[in-house]
Every structure is written in structure tokens, then in C-alpha cells.
Write a protein that binds this ligand. Structure first.
Ligand SMILES: [Zn+2]
Length: 403
């Protein structure tokens, strides 16, 4: 199987822009060049290649029965600035190898490889542009959003060969029978388990909270320790408590990534502390429990320090469960390749969550990330043998799903 060719192609896409590699923001010239290379590889496989209004690529291997729903497989080709070789890209390049491995066997269903645009959202601020456009879920004002240099989504899309007039209406009709996405794990779980592959159970839901703790400003020298309402001390207790809360719930993670104290002077007791809390879980009721936990904890720590806490919810997205039927096909293909079946949630969002949200039975195959699971970095790495295993499993799964 073409794991060597996959490595060469990943390297070619990695280095096709100017250093530092990889730098392919959504709807940029560098992303366009990656799409052009991949379109050529699709054509080499004699697939019918189409560019849709979002400038996504869809390449078809026709089935023998055009009335049956299609089997879709793919991922994205954009990267964050200074991204790696594998994130998204392997899901497209590996899918082409898996389709080639199907050979000439006639399959009833059409298999379509899709390469999505702008999944990362690091340029215009919203992720999964290509897949959301496909299912008709762009925001009303989305085409007017601009990047740091003032270029709008509308203009960038037109330059990349998309159709701004048609992109907002969705066009996925008829819907595919299912969607498969192969992706590097971007975390350390498979590496720690000593396993090359994992089947994703669910893509986590995210709840973002903003906590504001109000205390009383005072002189750092003249205010006795027992006469303070120190907002920063309450905030510190909350940071520690949020961590303990996440540790008490399986598969949950919680992060305080921002903490501002006012007035922010070395010799003044903080009168105000503001924190962001990012909560994630693959289980909706656990996400509720995390949110309730942070709210009550904020009240407790504030009261203990003579302060007052106010918790506001930012945005919240529900967990997305992967299709049990499609997962099962993947799991059987993993077992057939001789590997134990490892099931794990995805802590990051993916195009597969968008496809699932549109009611398309979707599943994800994770490939082991090495070096502790580092991702969104040029140090991202997966072993060639693991890539080969993923291609093999994907090909078996495609032949089952397209039967
Ligand atoms: Zn990705």
C-alpha cells in the first residue's frame, strides 16, 4: 500500500508555501495550491472531480447503482499558521490511497473523497467553513467577515474559485449515506496505550464561561490579612478547583486560559478578577455537571474571601455522538487488521461533527500522534506504519460501507 507515497505527498503539501511551514490559512493562495495538487492526484485515479460553491473538492469513484446513497470520506487541507504535515491533510491524502486500494472491484455505492476548505478558522475566526457551507449552515453575516488585512470571506472565496452567490444556500442533495473522517489524534492517548488506531466515540461539547469576581481594593502594606476581600486569591482557588472538578469526571477537561486582575499593581489588593473557563466533555450530562460545578465553586471561593462572583455563559456546543453503525464498521475493520479496538472521544472539533449535525451518519478513525500528541505545530508526527494501518482499515471500511 502507498504509505511511502503518502509521506511524500504530505511532505510536498507541507513545504509548498513559503517557510515557516505549513502555512495554509483558509481560502488563501497557499490553500489553493494544495487544492490544485490534490485535484491532480484525484484525476490520476480517474475520479470525477468537482469543485463546489465553497471551493471544496469532491472526487467520485462511481458505484454500479446510482440510486444508492454515496459513501463520503475526507477531511480538510488548510492549516493553522505554522501547522504540521498531518492535521487534516492525512485524512484527504490517505483517503485517496484507500480508494486506490479498492482496485477495480465493482461496488454498488459511489465513494466520494472530499477535501474541505478552511476547517481551522484561524483566518476569519469561524471553523469548518467548507463543511458548514455544504450543509447550508453558514452564519447570515459570514461572507462579510474579514481577516487581519481586511479581506472579506466573499472576496477570498471568489479568488479561490468558489461562488459567493451560491455558497450560503447549501447543496448537499441527496445526502450521502455516511461520512468517514480519518485524522491524527492530536493527543497522547493512543501513544500511551501503545496502539496505532482508535475509533472516535463522540466529539466533545464545549461550554465557555466567563467568571467575574469582585472584591475590595486596598493598600498591600496597611490592610491586615484578615481584613481583605482579595479577588485574586478567590480566583486562584477557583483555578485550582476547576482542575479538581475536571479530574473527578471521566473524559472531561477544563481550562482556565485567561485571568485578568484589576488594578494589576504590585502593591494594591486586587478588586476585580476575570477568568475564562473552557469546559469539554463527550457526554451532555457531564457538561451540565461541569458547568453547575464551576458555578457553585465560584460562589464558594468568592464568599470565603469576602468577594462576590458572577458567572456568565459564553457559547456552548453540544457533544456530537458518532454513528454507532458506522463506528461498528470501522471497529470491525480495525479488528480484522489485527489491532485491539480502542474507543476514545475527540477533544477537538472536526468536519465530521458538522456532517453528523446535518444528520449524516458519521464516524472518525484516529491515527496515533507521536511525541506526546503535539499538534498545530511543525513537530506533529505519526509513524509511517501507523499511516499504512489507517489506510488499510479505511479501505476495508469503505468496501463494506459501499457494498
Ligand atoms: Zn484537523
Amino acid at each position: 500500500m502507498g504509505a511511502e507515497r503518502v509521506s511524500e505527498r504530505l511532505e510536498e503539501l507541507f513545504t509548498l508555501g513559503k517557510p515557516p511551514h505549513a502555512n495554509r490559512p483558509g481560502l488563501s493562495a497557499a490553500e489553493d495550491r494544495a487544492f490544485a495538487r490534490v485535484a491532480a492526484w484525484m484525476e490520476e485515479l480517474d475520479m470525477r472531480v468537482e469543485r463546489d460553491p465553497a471551493a471544496n473538492l469532491v472526487a467520485r469513484r462511481p458505484g454500479t447503482d446510482p440510486d444508492l446513497g454515496e459513501v463520503w470520506v475526507g477531511s480538510h487541507l488548510d492549516t493553522v499558521p505554522g501547522g504540521g504535515r498531518y492535521d487534516g491533510t492525512f485524512g484527504v491524502v490517505g483517503a485517496l490511497e484507500a480508494v486506490e486500494a479498492l482496485g477495480a472491484q465493482p461496488l454498488p455505492r459511489t465513494v466520494a473523497v472530499v477535501a474541505f476548505r478552511d476547517e481551522e478558522g484561524s483566518r476569519f475566526g469561524r471553523s469548518c467553513f467548507g463543511s458548514r457551507a455544504l450543509i447550508g449552515r453558514l452564519e447570515p453575516d459570514e461572507l462579510s467577515a474579514t481577516d487581519a488585512s481586511g479581506i472579506s470571506v466573499r472576496d477570498a472565496l471568489a479568488r479561490s474559485g468558489g461562488d459567493p452567490e451560491r455558497v450560503s444556500s447549501g447543496w448537499l442533495d441527496p445526502r450521502p449515506a455516511c461520512f468517514l473522517e480519518t485524522h491524527i489524534e492530536q493527543g497522547p492517548v493512543l501513544e500511551r496505550s501503545g496502539l496505532p488506531l482508535g475509533v472516535v466515540s463522540a466529539i466533545v461539547g464545549v461550554a465557555e464561561l466567563q467568571v467575574r469576581i469582585s472584591g475590595r481594593r486596598g493598600h498591600a502594606g496597611t490592610t491586615p490579612m484578615d481584613a481583605r476581600a482579595d479577588a485574586l486569591v478567590a480566583a486562584a482557588e477557583l483555578v485550582d478547583g476547576v482542575r479538581a472538578l475536571a479530574l473527578s469526571i471521566p473524559d472531561a477537561v477544563a481550562t482556565v486560559g485567561r485571568l485578568d486582575a484589576q488594578p494589576g499593581a504590585a502593591n494594591v489588593i486586587a478588586e476585580l478578577a476575570e477568568l475564562s473557563v473552557d469546559l469539554r466533555s463527550p457526554v451532555e450530562s457531564d457538561l451540565d455537571e461541569l458547568e453547575r460545578g464551576v458555578r457553585s465553586l465560584a460562589g464558594e471561593v468568592a464568599e470565603r474571601q469576602g468577594c462576590v462572583a458572577e458567572v456568565r455563559r459564553g457559547w456552548r456546543s453540544p457533544p456530537t455522538e458518532m454513528s454507532p453503525a458506522v463506528r461498528d464498521v470501522l471497529a470491525k475493520a480495525v479488528a480484522r487488521a489485527g489491532y485491539p479496538i480502542k474507543t476514545l472521544p475527540s477533544g477537538a472539533g472536526h468536519d465530521a461533527a458538522v456532517m453528523a449535525a446535518a444528520g449524516i451518519p458519521s464516524a472518525m478513525l484516529f491515527v496515533r500522534s507521536l511525541s506526546g500528541g503535539v499538534s498545530h505545530s511543525a513537530d506533529e508526527h505519526s509513524d509511517r506504519r501507523d499511516l499504512r494501518a489507517a489506510i488499510q482499515v479505511l479501505s476495508v471500511a469503505l468496501s463494506r460501507l459501499a457494498a
